[in-house]
Design a protein around this ligand. Structure first.
Ligand code: 5GP
Ligand code: MN
Length: 346
C-alpha cells in the first residue's frame, strides 16, 4: 500500500476546511498510544472548529484517565445509544492505531461497517486492511501519535497544536516507545517531542501520571508474574503466565498487566518474550509477544495465535486452556530454532 500522496492530503485538507461532525475511534482495549493519538486528534480538530467525539470500543486503563478531555470519551459497549448516535451523525470517522476493523470488537465492527461517510485510517501496524477512503499507514513510525503529528503537519496546521494536543501526542509517543527506548525511536521522534514540549507538554508530569500511579495490588501482581516467569534457554525465550485466580487475588484492574511482558525480554540473551493472561470473561487466553532483532512476532502470532501487530510487539489469543496453550507454544519453538538463535543476523 503506497503512503498517502500529497494530492490525497490536499483533498483531506479541503474536506477539513469546513466544520464537520467527526468521530474518532481507537482500538478495543486501548493503550496509551490509541487514547493519546485519539485525544490529540480530538483537541486538534476541536481547535479547527469541528464537532468531535471520541468513541472508544470499551473502557481503558485508569492511568490514562487524567488526559485532557478523557471525560468526554464515549464507550461503545456501555454508552451504546450515545455512541451510535454520534456515529450516525458523523461525516468523517478517523480510525486510529489499528489496521483492521475487527480490532474494535464484533458489535462495533458491525455498526461501523454500515457507515456511509468518509473513513480516514492513521496507523503504524503491518498489513493494513482496505477499509478506509484515506489510509495514512507507515509501519516504520514508532507511534500513531507521531503519525497524527505528521498528519497535522501535512494539513499545514502546526500552529493549531495547543497544550492539550501536545500533552496527548506526547503521551502516545512516550508509551509506544517504552519511554523513548525502542529502536524505532528516531531523531524525528525526538524533534517532534521537543516541539510538543515547546507547545506546553510537561514530560515529567506526564511520566508521573502514567508510570508512578501504581496501586499496591498492581505491584503485588507484578511480583506474582515475575515468580511465574520461565526460561526456555535453548530457544532464547522466556514467558510469563497469569491465571484468573492470580489476577483476582491481587485485585486486578484493567491495564495492570501492561508492560509486564517486557520483563521477559530484560533477561540477558532472551530475544523472544511472551505473557499469557487468562480472561474468563472473554473465555480466552490473551497473549502478548515481544522480540528483539529480526524475529517477527507479528508473523508468529498471525501464523499460530490469531493475532498480529508489529515485528517486535504483537498480540494474539488462544481459546484453549492455559495448559494447552503453553504446551502448544512450547511445541512450536523447535521449528523457529534457527531464527531464535540468529535474531541479530540477516
Ligand atoms: P499488546 O501485546 O500490547 O496487547 O499489543 C502489541 C501490539 O500488537 C499492539 O500494537 C497491538 O495493537 C497489536 N495487537 C494486540 N493484539 C492484537 C490482535 O489480536 N490482532 C492484531 N492484529 N494486533 C494485535
Ligand atoms: Mn500504537
Amino acid at each position: 500500500m503506497p503512503p498517502m500522496t500529497p494530492e490525497e492530503f490536499l483533498i483531506v485538507k479541503e474536506i477539513l476546511a469546513i466544520p464537520k461532525n467527526i468521530v474518532i475511534v481507537p482500538h478495543r482495549n486501548a493503550d496509551g498510544d490509541a487514547i493519546g493519538s485519539s485525544l490529540g486528534m480530538y483537541h486538534y480538530l476541536t481547535a479547527k472548529n469541528h464537532r468531535v467525539k471520541v468513541v472508544s470500543p470499551n473502557n481503558y486503563p485508569d492511568f490514562l484517565k487524567w488526559l485532557p478531555a478523557t471525560e468526554t470519551v464515549l464507550k461503545f459497549d456501555y454508552q451504546n445509544t450515545q455512541s451510535r448516535r454520534a456515529i450516525d451523525k458523523a461525516d468523517i470517522i478517523f480510525l486510529l492505531d489499528f489496521n483492521e476493523l475487527s480490532r474494535v470488537g464484533s458489535d462495533m465492527q458491525g455498526y461501523l461497517e454500515k457507515f456511509k461517510g468518509i473513513f480516514i485510517m492513521i496507523d503504524h501496524h503491518q498489513q493494513p486492511s482496505d477499509v478506509a477512503d484515506f489510509l495514512f499507514s507507515d509501519t516504520k513510525i514508532c507511534a500513531t501519535a507521531q503519525m497524527v503529528h505528521h498528519f497535522i503537519e501535512n494539513i499545514e496546521d502546526i500552529d493549531l497544536i495547543n497544550q492539550e494536543t501536545a500533552t496527548c501526542l506526547y503521551t502516545g509517543i512516550l508509551t509506544d516507545t517504552g519511554s523513548f527506548r525502542f529502536p524505532n525511536t528516531t531523531a524525528t521522534t525526538h524533534r517532534i517531542i521537543a516541539s510538543l514540549i515547546e507547545k506546553g507538554a510537561d514530560g515529567a508530569r506526564i511520566y508521573n501520571n502514567i508510570y508512578d500511579t501504581n496501586s499496591y495490588g498492581r505491584l503485588q501482581l507484578l511480583g506474582q508474574a515475575l515468580k511465574n516467569l520461565k526460561r526456555v534457554d535453548n530457544y532464547n525465550t522466556a514467558y510469563i503466565t497469569l491465571t484468573e485466580e492470580e489476577k483476582n487475588k491481587y485485585d486486578f484492574q484493567k491495564g495492570d498487566t501492561e508492560g509486564v511482558v517486557n520483563y521477559a525480554l530484560s533477561i540477558k540473551n532472551i530475544i523472544f518474550g511472551a505473557i499469557f493472561i487468562e480472561d474468563k470473561e472473554q473465555k480466552i487466553i490473551k497473549i502478548s509477544f515481544r522480540s528483539k532483532g529480526n524475529f517477527s512476532v507479528n508473523q508468529f502470532s498471525r501464523n499460530h495465535f490469531d493475532g498480529g501487530g508489529h515485528d517486535n510487539a504483537a498480540g494474539g489469543r488462544s481459546e484453549e486452556t492455559m495448559e494447552k496453550t503453553i504446551e502448544r507454544f512450547l511445541d512450536l519453538l523447535p521449528q523457529y530454532k534457527d531464527a531464535l538463535n540468529n535474531s541479530y543476523e540477516d
